[in-house]
Design a protein around this ligand. Structure first.
Ligand code: AHM
Ligand code: MG
Length: 332
């Protein structure tokens, strides 16, 4: 059999990247990998297991929750709670952050922020969904309960971030600030194998991903940018191709591999856009920058925004550096 690196091996081999590593971050990434496998298994059989459809509840943002949203959230929370690496967790699906203060979490130095099932409006129609995660070191003193301050850190403080994409294959992509790598799940063996090493956005891209149905609500700069990408200019490969799934993870993944830009700007009906700064924008921004791309709210670097509250939203433009800079020009 040809030699393939497993995600487990890769995590251990790269532990030396952290000057202070005592193996906890590696263990935490392994816990996320485990939870991801369980969610993946549930998603694959969703049509049979009566876990499609709405859960009949709304999340904190007043959006209706799908059963799989709730289930994915429970799987990540319980998997991470049952292991001692984090002292707290905040989830897009939970109103408040959770404090893990049992004996085994006493020495935990990390907190996790998670969007357990992103793109969940796509579940019932069999389109790709994902899980997005973001990891920080706590600010509060070790041995005390995690505080809100631990969760409201700017994205530049992230120690690691990544996503699982449940698509034609299931892939886990993550960064610890030293490049971006992707691992494809082999369901027969039950392991993730390194399949996309050191991912970088191609220098040029010609795909744009935006919900153009919201066009009338967009700021002038975005409207002009959209018109510009649709103009004919053979030298610049325009008009660009439009691709939008309604799953950030899927649109981001494709744009990172093939070159493209994702936009969820503010609108007249949503002054700060739709995406959540902590659970969606920051982790994707960290990955984008690590892959040579860029993420902005139109004028400011996403990862430098100081969050004010857990479920805060932010306008989000992310992708190839050159493409994002062009959009920023239009926003000025
Ligand atoms: P969710 O976390 O509730 O699934 O919402 C986030 C999703 C993104 O994955 C996606 O890009 C966007 O919302 C789609 O929104 P819209 O349907 O407004 O285009
Ligand atoms: Mg989401």
């Amino acid at each position: 059999m040809e030699r393939h690196t497993t995600l487990g091996e890769f995590i251990i081999e790269n532990q030396k990247d952290f000057p202070y590593a005592k193996g906890e971050l590696s263990a935490l990434l392994s816990s996320i990998r485990l939870a991801g496998k369980v969610v993946n298994q549930q998603i694959n059989k969703a049509g049979l297991a009566e876990i499609l459809g709405k859960a009949g509840k709304e999340n904190v943002q007043g959006e209706s929750q799908a059963k799989l949203d709730v289930l994915a959230n429970e799987i990540f929370v319980s998997t991470l709670r049952n292991r001692g690496e984090i002292c707290g967790l905040a989830s897009e699906e939970l109103e408040d952050y959770l404090v893990f203060d049992e004996e085994m979490h006493k020495n935990a130095e990390y907190i996790v922020l998670i969007d357990p099932l992103d793109g969940s409006s796509n579940i019932d129609v069999d389109i790709t969904v994902g899980t997005i995660f973001s990891i920080y070191r706590r600010i509060s003193k070790k041995g005390t309960p995690a505080t809100l301050e631990d969760f409201l850190q700017p994205g530049i403080n992230q120690v690691a971030a990544g996503y699982l994409i449940y698509g034609t294959s299931t892939i886990l992509v993550y960064t610890t600030g030293n490049g971006v790598n992707g691992f494809t799940f082999d369901p027969g063996i039950g392991s993730f194998f390194l399949s996309h090493s050191d991912i970088k956005f191609p220098k040029k891209g010609n795909t744009y991903s935006v919900n153009e149905g919201n066009y009338v609500h967009f700021p002038q700069g975005i409207k002009k940018y959209i018109k510009w990408v649709q103009e004919l200019n053979e030298e610049e490969n325009r008009p660009f191709t439009s691709r939008y799934t309604g799953s950030l993870v899927a649109d981001f993944h494709r744009n990172m591999l093939l070159g493209g830009i994702y936009l969820y700007p503010q609108g007249t009906t949503a002054p700060k856009g739709k995406l959540r700064l902590l659970y969606e924008c920051n982790p994707m921004a960290f990955l984008a920058e690590q892959a040579g791309g860029k993420a902005t709210d139109g004028s400011r670097r996403i990862m430098e925004l100081q969050p004010q509250e857990l479920h805060e939203r932010a306008p989000f433009i992310c992708g190839n550096k050159e493409m994002v800079e062009k959009a920023e020009e239009f926003m000025q």
